[in-house]
Design a protein around this ligand. Structure first.
Ligand code: SF4
Ligand code: SF4
Length: 84
């Protein structure tokens, strides 16, 4: 499942450079996550890097974009060109 930034975000920007998939970007009001790019860091790290670094703990799972571990790994492989 992709992750979601809630409106508790304080726009500190520290999460953006930590994302290995470049899924985080500055939205109109708060930072946002592109659900098509977020793999929950599967394939890159054991833990979601944005969640680990966010000072206000505002990055839960996105209930509208459920994906299991296998699906996240497939997504990672597609994004990195390991499968087409
Ligand atoms: Fe990026 Fe990982 Fe956070 Fe998803 S969980 S937005 S891939 S840092
Ligand atoms: Fe917002 Fe957290 Fe990212 Fe800072 S680290 S910009 S508070 S989501």
């Amino acid at each position: 499942m992709a992750l979601l930034i809630t409106d508790d975000c304080i726009n500190c920007a520290v999460c953006e450079p930590e994302c290995p998939n470049e899924a985080i970007y500055e939205g109109e009001e708060i930072y946002e996550i592109d659900v098509n790019l977020c793999t929950e860091c599967v394939g890159h790290y054991d833990e979601p890097q944005c969640v680990m670094i966010c000072p206000v703990d505002c990055i839960p799972k996105d209930p509208d974009h459920e994906e299991n571990a296998d699906e996240l790994m497939q997504k990672y492989k597609k994004l990195t060109g390991k499968i087409s």
